[in-house]
Design a protein around this ligand. Sequence first.
Ligand code: PLP
Length: 379
Amino acid sequence: MSTRRIPIARQSISQADIDSVVETLRSDWLTTGPKVDQFEKSFCEFTGAKYAVAVMNGTAALHCAYHAIDLKPGDEVIVPAITFAATANAVLYNGAKPVFADVDASTLLINPDSVQALLSPRTKAITAVDYAGQPCDYGRLQSVAQLKGITLIADACHALGGSYNKAPVGTLAKLSTFSFHPVKPITTGEGGMITTDDQALASKMKIFRNHGITTDHRQREVNGTWEYDMVTLGYNLRLPDILCALGIEQLKRTRDLMAKRVLLAKRYHECLAGSSTVTPLGVNQNADHAYHLLIVKLAHHIDRQDVFGKLRALGIGAGVHYKPVYLHSYYQSLGYKQGQCPVAEENYSRIMSLPIFPDLPIGEVDRICDQLLEICRSY
Ligand SMILES: *Cc1c(COP(=O)(O)O)cnc(C)c1O
């Protein structure tokens, strides 16, 4: 038996990644330079979106997207109960109210029926989350959004490289947001991106990420002027050239990195097939799943905390993604009540995330599943 610790997630860094960062460190521009444009252009080519705006992380990407649609106090945004807190937090940054929709019991993706039931005159947007890397039901979500004249946003932080009915993630909503944290499909250490086909929204986000100023340092140098105007209250959300250089190289490997994840997921599904105690989440026929996370549901009689501890003792990383956002104490302090999304809450008590990352040797999946199934037999 191997004694190597297996983390739940890990970045994959190549020599080309390292060389590209070092080369940028020796260049004239560490930030707001040519690598930003190049990363954005490559991202457009990869996703098929018309515009891409690079920012410092996935949370900043959501903040920009909500700013772009003029989200303000009194507005509501429907978000899934099961997501990383940032999806809802960025709604609060704009003074608006997150409204939590329940999820589908099989995939744990936002349930369009639940969205429909929560629509109100104050609903400004729906933010769908491609949870675990599986694109949501964009067909139905688009029709709900169009019928109501509200904006559909895709929090695609898990799903770069995926697709829905063959249409790539990044083109499935009015605005799509990405994260390049080390656990995500590609990494820049910290980083984020928003894609859109709408030029006006892209331009608003480029101004917002740069203090609300209409030109950046390099544009002023090119134009031979010192003058600039601040037209709105923005922030400094810029992604440095050093990190864009890493992103450009990582992006070239997205297909390869995702293919490795898909193979690992396939092996998990094979190893767990027929188990009555451990069941992987459902996968929709028309979705190409990017497998950011490999999530299983444990049977009701299994003590998840105990399983977590036993896996940990064996050197196998595990986790839970995610606690329904409104159950966090901050959201409870805002008045959100337990019980509002019963499917999310019931599933939250049983889900567990297992190790999946491109450099995980496929043989380790067999070992992880063997040990997990053996632990589960003991209850
Ligand atoms: C990671 C993540 C974010 C936030 O991204 P950061 O880069 O960590 O700020 C937002 N939404 C989801 C669904 C995420 O997984």
